[in-house]
Design a binder for this molecule. Sequence first.
Ligand code: ZN
Length: 257
Amino acid sequence: MDTLPGLEETAARILEARRVLVITGAGISADSGLPTYRGFGGLYNDELTEDGMPIEVALSGEVMRRDPAITWKHLARIEATCRGARPNAAHEVIAALQERVPTTVLTQNIDGFHRRAGSRDLIEIHGDLFELDCTHCGHHETVADYSQLTVLPPPCPHCLGHLRPRVVLFGEALPRAAIQRLEAVMQEGYDVVFSIGTTSVFPYIAQPFAIAGETGALAIEVNPGDTAVSRHADLRWRSGAAEALTRLWRALGERGN
Ligand SMILES: [Zn+2]
């Protein structure tokens, strides 16, 4: 079993924290069987797609506007890698922690697992593959998976427009509400911050963890390997997310309320 240095100290700090910030990436969903490729590109190994364009172009906001069938085809392939998978113990512990201590979750994942595990105060900075919006009339729906979407792009039930998932495509801006919530959390501060299963290549994912040293927050990294923010961690748990968080939950339970 992996050692989790400072586990007891972490549990104590969490229980007296004004706020906890939990940052997650693809690694947290690895225990659900999802691939941990970095971003969308990993599906394609830097080769051109069959549409004759790099995947970053096929999955761009511009192609979604010009030729949505192409973008949708690739989004559906990404969705297929999630099909049938479920949130795991790590997502469930985070949702349960939110019931006990004020906790904000910042995720770059688009698999919707934090939402399905019951998390609130959730910042899905890259969106959610299963929240669909009409590009024309404002119709919105949440789908469990894409199995009902027989025509791509799926037509809107209310107008002649079509639907698209609420995800940040290449070339598109991050969602304003997510940015505003993140800025507010960073301004209010947090006493404990986790970076779980992310290589932290995006500055808005790395920065809230990297500044912990200046603010006095306890910074814990949960990742089997080294990442861009490892040097900012007070504690490094070289473990899978589900195992580490299950043991953290046990340590919290032993301390009671
Ligand atoms: Zn519509």
